[in-house]
Design a protein around this ligand. Structure first.
Ligand code: ZN
Length: 201
């Protein structure tokens, strides 16, 4: 067993930090040391922020986003286009689309994608609530912004079938050449998808 340079409390802090995505044991050690050195400026505010998060963050009952109010800020924003729902697998995808300022619409977080190998069926995802939201007469388009993976596309097809009776257009993101991408570097599948999704100039 490796020798420990710090007491059990500090080791516990390091171990907890090491569980965060993107932080290995070495960077967790550096982060812990930084927090300890900046106890007043950083550790105390971080503790307060974490405490508030534990107490106040909820999953939005309408769209599945996380927020300190329920329904969330996005769902209650009157400036959002009520006719479009963007379906994403995860809150991280919602944040990515918001960061890019793609569309001023509302969202629906599925909580994952269908994956028979991992035991994720329709019952594990927020699909029923999406279908009922899509039947709202105000909704005209459901955009399936799911990953361009087998699971993502299987989920998109499954939802498209379910929305057949709803009076909405279902669309999906284009697949193909990334912005700034060079054809020579693309894999065969991406090139094929780009060719199939070609658009008139
Ligand atoms: Zn919401």
């Amino acid at each position: 067993m490796p020798k420990s340079a710090a007491g059990p409390e500090i080791e516990r802090l390091i171990q907890l930090l090491a569980r965060l995505p993107g932080l290995g044991p070495r960077s967790a050690r550096r982060a812990a040391l930084h927090l300890i050195k900046k106890r007043e400026q950083l550790m105390a505010p971080l503790q307060a922020a974490l405490q508030t998060a534990i107490e106040k963050i909820e999953v939005c009952k309408s769209c599945g986003n996380i927020d300190t109010q329920n329904p969330c800020t996005v769902c209650t924003d009157p400036r959002r286009d009520p006719s479009v729902i963007i379906v994403i697998a995860d809150v991280a995808d919602l944040w990515a689309l918001e960061r890019a300022g793609v569309l001023n619409a509302r969202y629906h977080v599925l909580g994952g994608t269908l994956s028979p190998l991992d035991g994720v069926g329709p019952g594990e995802l927020a699909i029923d609530t999406l279908v009922s939201r899509a039947h709202d007469p105000a909704v005209k388009e459901v955009i399936l912004a799911l990953n361009a993976t087998v699971d993502g596309q299987t989920t998109a097809h499954y939802i498209t079938d379910l929305l057949h009776d709803a009076n909405v257009a279902t669309t999906r993101l284009a697949h193909g050449v990334p912005v700034g991408g060079e054809l020579d570097y693309l894999d065969d599948g991406t090139l094929m998808a780009a060719m199939r999704s070609r658009t008139p100039l």
